[in-house]
Design a protein. Sequence first.
Length: 295
Amino acid sequence: MSKDQYQAHDYYFMDEFLSEEHKLIRDSARAWVKKEVSPIIDDYYERAEFPNQILNGLASIGGFGPYIPEEYGGAGLDQISYGLIMQELERCDSGLRSTSSVQSSLVMYPIYKFGNDEQRKKYLPKLASGEMIGCFGLTEPDFGSNPGGMTTNFKEDGDHLILNGAKMWISNAPFADIAVVWAKDPNNRIKGVIVERGMEGFQTPEMHGKHSLRASATGELVFNNVRVPKENILPNKDGLGAPLMCLDSARYGIAWGAIGAAMDCYDSALRRARKESNLENQSLASNLFKKSLQK
Protein backbone atom coordinates (compact mmCIF):
# COMPACT_ATOMS: atom_id res chain seq x y z
CA MET A 1 0.00 0.00 0.00
CA SER A 2 1.19 3.49 -0.82
CA LYS A 3 1.36 6.22 1.76
CA ASP A 4 0.25 9.80 1.25
CA GLN A 5 3.34 11.71 2.34
CA TYR A 6 2.32 14.94 0.62
CA GLN A 7 3.58 18.18 2.12
CA ALA A 8 1.95 21.43 1.01
CA HIS A 9 4.33 23.94 -0.59
CA ASP A 10 2.81 27.40 -0.79
CA TYR A 11 5.76 29.33 -2.23
CA TYR A 12 3.49 31.92 -3.86
CA PHE A 13 1.35 32.43 -0.75
CA MET A 14 -1.82 31.34 -2.57
CA ASP A 15 -3.49 30.52 0.75
CA GLU A 16 -3.72 34.23 1.42
CA PHE A 17 -6.39 34.41 -1.29
CA LEU A 18 -8.52 31.69 0.29
CA SER A 19 -11.14 32.18 2.97
CA GLU A 20 -11.10 30.11 6.14
CA GLU A 21 -14.05 28.15 4.74
CA HIS A 22 -12.10 27.38 1.56
CA LYS A 23 -9.15 26.11 3.59
CA LEU A 24 -11.42 23.96 5.74
CA ILE A 25 -13.05 22.42 2.67
CA ARG A 26 -9.67 21.75 1.06
CA ASP A 27 -8.13 20.31 4.21
CA SER A 28 -11.14 18.07 4.81
CA ALA A 29 -10.88 16.68 1.28
CA ARG A 30 -7.11 16.28 1.71
CA ALA A 31 -7.49 14.38 4.99
CA TRP A 32 -10.14 12.06 3.52
CA VAL A 33 -8.03 11.32 0.46
CA LYS A 34 -4.99 10.60 2.64
CA LYS A 35 -6.89 8.23 4.91
CA GLU A 36 -9.31 6.46 2.57
CA VAL A 37 -7.94 6.56 -0.97
CA SER A 38 -4.15 6.94 -1.07
CA PRO A 39 -3.53 3.57 0.65
CA ILE A 40 -5.57 1.66 -1.95
CA ILE A 41 -5.43 3.64 -5.20
CA ASP A 42 -2.21 2.10 -6.58
CA ASP A 43 -3.72 -1.36 -6.33
CA TYR A 44 -6.93 -0.33 -8.06
CA TYR A 45 -4.95 1.50 -10.75
CA GLU A 46 -2.97 -1.66 -11.53
CA ARG A 47 -6.17 -3.72 -11.58
CA ALA A 48 -7.91 -1.09 -13.75
CA GLU A 49 -10.89 -0.96 -11.38
CA PHE A 50 -12.76 1.83 -9.68
CA PRO A 51 -13.06 1.47 -5.87
CA ASN A 52 -16.84 1.72 -5.55
CA GLN A 53 -16.66 1.60 -1.77
CA ILE A 54 -15.42 5.21 -1.69
CA LEU A 55 -18.56 6.73 -3.27
CA ASN A 56 -20.17 7.59 0.07
CA GLY A 57 -16.94 9.21 1.19
CA LEU A 58 -16.76 11.25 -1.99
CA ALA A 59 -20.24 12.50 -1.29
CA SER A 60 -19.36 13.34 2.33
CA ILE A 61 -16.57 15.74 1.31
CA GLY A 62 -18.74 17.48 -1.29
CA GLY A 63 -17.33 15.62 -4.26
CA PHE A 64 -20.71 15.50 -5.98
CA GLY A 65 -22.15 18.84 -7.08
CA PRO A 66 -20.95 20.99 -4.16
CA TYR A 67 -22.24 24.14 -5.88
CA ILE A 68 -25.77 22.76 -6.23
CA PRO A 69 -28.16 24.66 -3.87
CA GLU A 70 -29.02 23.01 -0.57
CA GLU A 71 -32.70 22.73 -1.50
CA TYR A 72 -31.68 20.12 -4.08
CA GLY A 73 -29.28 18.23 -1.82
CA GLY A 74 -26.08 20.11 -2.65
CA ALA A 75 -23.83 22.01 -0.26
CA GLY A 76 -24.46 25.42 -1.84
CA LEU A 77 -20.72 26.15 -2.06
CA ASP A 78 -18.97 28.45 -4.52
CA GLN A 79 -16.91 27.46 -7.54
CA ILE A 80 -13.58 27.92 -5.75
CA SER A 81 -14.67 25.29 -3.23
CA TYR A 82 -15.54 22.96 -6.10
CA GLY A 83 -12.13 23.59 -7.65
CA LEU A 84 -10.27 22.92 -4.41
CA ILE A 85 -12.04 19.58 -3.99
CA MET A 86 -11.12 18.61 -7.58
CA GLN A 87 -7.54 19.67 -6.87
CA GLU A 88 -7.24 17.34 -3.90
CA LEU A 89 -8.87 14.43 -5.70
CA GLU A 90 -6.60 14.62 -8.72
CA ARG A 91 -3.58 15.06 -6.47
CA CYS A 92 -4.34 11.45 -5.57
CA ASP A 93 -5.53 10.08 -8.92
CA SER A 94 -6.89 11.51 -12.16
CA GLY A 95 -9.53 8.80 -12.42
CA LEU A 96 -10.84 9.73 -8.99
CA ARG A 97 -11.29 13.35 -10.05
CA SER A 98 -12.86 12.26 -13.33
CA THR A 99 -15.52 10.24 -11.53
CA SER A 100 -16.35 13.21 -9.32
CA SER A 101 -16.34 15.91 -11.99
CA VAL A 102 -18.51 13.86 -14.36
CA GLN A 103 -21.10 13.48 -11.61
CA SER A 104 -20.90 17.18 -10.76
CA SER A 105 -20.47 19.04 -14.04
CA LEU A 106 -21.84 16.66 -16.63
CA VAL A 107 -24.78 15.10 -14.80
CA MET A 108 -25.92 17.30 -11.91
CA TYR A 109 -25.15 20.58 -13.68
CA PRO A 110 -27.37 19.94 -16.74
CA ILE A 111 -30.22 18.59 -14.61
CA TYR A 112 -30.03 21.69 -12.40
CA LYS A 113 -29.48 24.14 -15.27
CA PHE A 114 -31.67 22.69 -18.01
CA GLY A 115 -34.13 20.50 -16.09
CA ASN A 116 -37.44 21.40 -14.51
CA ASP A 117 -38.10 21.48 -10.78
CA GLU A 118 -39.60 17.99 -10.76
CA GLN A 119 -36.47 16.54 -12.36
CA ARG A 120 -34.22 18.45 -9.96
CA LYS A 121 -36.06 17.15 -6.91
CA LYS A 122 -36.17 13.61 -8.26
CA TYR A 123 -32.51 13.19 -9.16
CA LEU A 124 -30.25 15.81 -7.59
CA PRO A 125 -30.52 14.84 -3.88
CA LYS A 126 -29.70 11.21 -4.69
CA LEU A 127 -26.83 12.24 -6.95
CA ALA A 128 -25.42 14.56 -4.27
CA SER A 129 -25.50 11.83 -1.62
CA GLY A 130 -23.92 9.21 -3.88
CA GLU A 131 -27.04 7.06 -3.69
CA MET A 132 -27.27 7.50 -7.45
CA ILE A 133 -24.38 7.78 -9.92
CA GLY A 134 -24.66 9.31 -13.37
CA CYS A 135 -22.79 9.56 -16.64
CA PHE A 136 -22.81 11.89 -19.66
CA GLY A 137 -23.44 10.58 -23.16
CA LEU A 138 -22.12 12.86 -25.91
CA THR A 139 -19.12 11.26 -27.66
CA GLU A 140 -19.93 8.63 -30.28
CA PRO A 141 -17.77 5.99 -32.02
CA ASP A 142 -17.57 8.10 -35.19
CA PHE A 143 -18.09 11.56 -33.70
CA GLY A 144 -15.74 12.62 -30.91
CA SER A 145 -14.34 16.05 -31.70
CA ASN A 146 -17.37 16.73 -33.90
CA PRO A 147 -20.29 16.09 -31.51
CA GLY A 148 -22.70 17.95 -33.78
CA GLY A 149 -22.41 15.08 -36.25
CA MET A 150 -23.95 12.62 -33.78
CA THR A 151 -26.31 9.99 -35.14
CA THR A 152 -28.00 8.99 -31.86
CA ASN A 153 -31.64 9.98 -32.25
CA PHE A 154 -35.13 9.52 -30.94
CA LYS A 155 -38.63 9.44 -32.37
CA GLU A 156 -41.85 10.18 -30.54
CA ASP A 157 -44.31 7.42 -29.70
CA GLY A 158 -47.22 8.68 -27.62
CA ASP A 159 -45.94 9.60 -24.15
CA HIS A 160 -42.53 8.06 -24.86
CA LEU A 161 -39.45 8.50 -26.98
CA ILE A 162 -37.83 5.66 -28.91
CA LEU A 163 -34.08 6.16 -28.54
CA ASN A 164 -31.47 4.54 -30.80
CA GLY A 165 -27.71 4.95 -31.13
CA ALA A 166 -24.50 4.54 -29.16
CA LYS A 167 -22.03 6.58 -27.12
CA MET A 168 -18.34 5.79 -26.56
CA TRP A 169 -15.66 6.43 -23.90
CA ILE A 170 -18.20 7.27 -21.21
CA SER A 171 -16.82 7.68 -17.67
CA ASN A 172 -18.93 6.05 -14.93
CA ALA A 173 -21.04 4.21 -17.53
CA PRO A 174 -20.47 0.64 -16.23
CA PHE A 175 -22.11 1.39 -12.86
CA ALA A 176 -24.16 4.52 -13.57
CA ASP A 177 -27.80 4.57 -12.50
CA ILE A 178 -28.72 7.30 -15.01
CA ALA A 179 -27.23 8.76 -18.16
CA VAL A 180 -27.72 12.31 -19.44
CA VAL A 181 -27.79 11.50 -23.15
CA TRP A 182 -27.63 13.97 -26.00
CA ALA A 183 -29.60 12.92 -29.08
CA LYS A 184 -31.29 14.43 -32.10
CA ASP A 185 -35.07 14.78 -32.22
CA PRO A 186 -37.15 14.27 -35.40
CA ASN A 187 -36.30 17.86 -36.40
CA ASN A 188 -32.56 17.15 -36.06
CA ARG A 189 -32.38 19.32 -32.94
CA ILE A 190 -30.07 18.13 -30.12
CA LYS A 191 -31.81 17.57 -26.80
CA GLY A 192 -30.80 16.15 -23.43
CA VAL A 193 -32.61 13.04 -22.24
CA ILE A 194 -32.31 11.26 -18.88
CA VAL A 195 -32.04 7.50 -19.45
CA GLU A 196 -32.32 5.22 -16.43
CA ARG A 197 -30.62 1.87 -15.93
CA GLY A 198 -33.12 -0.93 -16.34
CA MET A 199 -34.91 0.57 -19.31
CA GLU A 200 -35.30 -2.18 -21.90
CA GLY A 201 -32.73 -1.97 -24.69
CA PHE A 202 -30.26 0.11 -22.67
CA GLN A 203 -26.84 -1.47 -22.12
CA THR A 204 -23.53 -0.19 -20.69
CA PRO A 205 -20.70 -2.58 -21.65
CA GLU A 206 -17.39 -1.78 -19.94
CA MET A 207 -14.27 -0.93 -21.94
CA HIS A 208 -10.97 -2.56 -21.00
CA GLY A 209 -7.29 -2.15 -21.78
CA LYS A 210 -6.90 1.56 -21.02
CA HIS A 211 -3.41 2.95 -20.40
CA SER A 212 -4.70 6.08 -18.66
CA LEU A 213 -7.40 6.86 -16.09
CA ARG A 214 -7.20 3.18 -15.20
CA ALA A 215 -8.95 3.60 -11.85
CA SER A 216 -11.91 5.24 -13.58
CA ALA A 217 -14.68 3.02 -14.97
CA THR A 218 -15.22 3.65 -18.69
CA GLY A 219 -17.84 2.12 -20.94
CA GLU A 220 -20.27 2.47 -23.80
CA LEU A 221 -23.92 3.45 -23.86
CA VAL A 222 -25.96 1.39 -26.30
CA PHE A 223 -29.58 2.25 -27.11
CA ASN A 224 -31.69 -0.25 -29.00
CA ASN A 225 -35.27 1.05 -29.26
CA VAL A 226 -35.16 2.27 -25.66
CA ARG A 227 -38.52 3.62 -24.52
CA VAL A 228 -37.97 6.76 -22.46
CA PRO A 229 -40.83 8.80 -20.96
CA LYS A 230 -41.15 12.25 -22.53
CA GLU A 231 -40.96 13.72 -19.04
CA ASN A 232 -37.25 12.75 -19.04
CA ILE A 233 -36.37 15.38 -21.67
CA LEU A 234 -34.44 18.33 -20.21
CA PRO A 235 -36.82 21.13 -21.28
CA ASN A 236 -34.96 24.38 -20.63
CA LYS A 237 -32.27 24.30 -23.30
CA ASP A 238 -31.51 22.43 -26.50
CA GLY A 239 -29.03 22.60 -29.36
CA LEU A 240 -25.31 21.82 -29.24
CA GLY A 241 -24.75 24.76 -26.89
CA ALA A 242 -26.35 22.83 -24.03
CA PRO A 243 -23.81 19.96 -23.81
CA LEU A 244 -20.98 22.39 -24.56
CA MET A 245 -21.99 24.43 -21.49
CA CYS A 246 -21.65 21.25 -19.46
CA LEU A 247 -18.17 20.69 -20.86
CA ASP A 248 -17.22 24.26 -19.94
CA SER A 249 -18.24 23.55 -16.35
CA ALA A 250 -16.23 20.33 -16.38
CA ARG A 251 -13.13 22.05 -17.79
CA TYR A 252 -13.08 24.38 -14.80
CA GLY A 253 -12.80 21.42 -12.43
CA ILE A 254 -10.29 19.70 -14.73
CA ALA A 255 -8.06 22.80 -14.63
CA TRP A 256 -8.03 22.70 -10.82
CA GLY A 257 -7.33 18.98 -11.04
CA ALA A 258 -4.30 19.61 -13.26
CA ILE A 259 -2.95 21.92 -10.55
CA GLY A 260 -3.41 19.12 -8.02
CA ALA A 261 -1.52 16.68 -10.23
CA ALA A 262 1.31 19.20 -10.66
CA MET A 263 1.47 19.74 -6.88
CA ASP A 264 1.90 16.03 -6.29
CA CYS A 265 4.51 15.68 -9.05
CA TYR A 266 6.57 18.49 -7.53
CA ASP A 267 6.26 17.14 -4.01
CA SER A 268 7.17 13.59 -5.11
CA ALA A 269 10.20 14.84 -7.07
CA LEU A 270 11.33 16.96 -4.14
CA ARG A 271 11.10 14.08 -1.69
CA ARG A 272 12.95 11.80 -4.12
CA ALA A 273 15.71 14.37 -4.61
CA ARG A 274 16.10 14.80 -0.86
CA LYS A 275 16.22 11.04 -0.39
CA GLU A 276 18.86 10.61 -3.11
CA SER A 277 20.87 13.49 -1.66
CA ASN A 278 20.68 11.96 1.80
CA LEU A 279 21.80 8.56 0.48
CA GLU A 280 24.66 10.19 -1.38
CA ASN A 281 25.75 12.02 1.76
CA GLN A 282 25.51 8.81 3.78
CA SER A 283 27.61 6.97 1.19
CA LEU A 284 30.22 9.74 1.19
CA ALA A 285 30.40 9.71 5.00
CA SER A 286 30.72 5.92 4.98
CA ASN A 287 33.58 6.03 2.49
CA LEU A 288 35.40 8.68 4.52
CA PHE A 289 34.95 6.59 7.67
CA LYS A 290 36.38 3.50 5.94
CA LYS A 291 39.37 5.49 4.69
CA SER A 292 40.00 6.82 8.19
CA LEU A 293 40.07 3.25 9.52
CA GLN A 294 42.52 2.20 6.85
CA LYS A 295 44.89 4.90 7.99
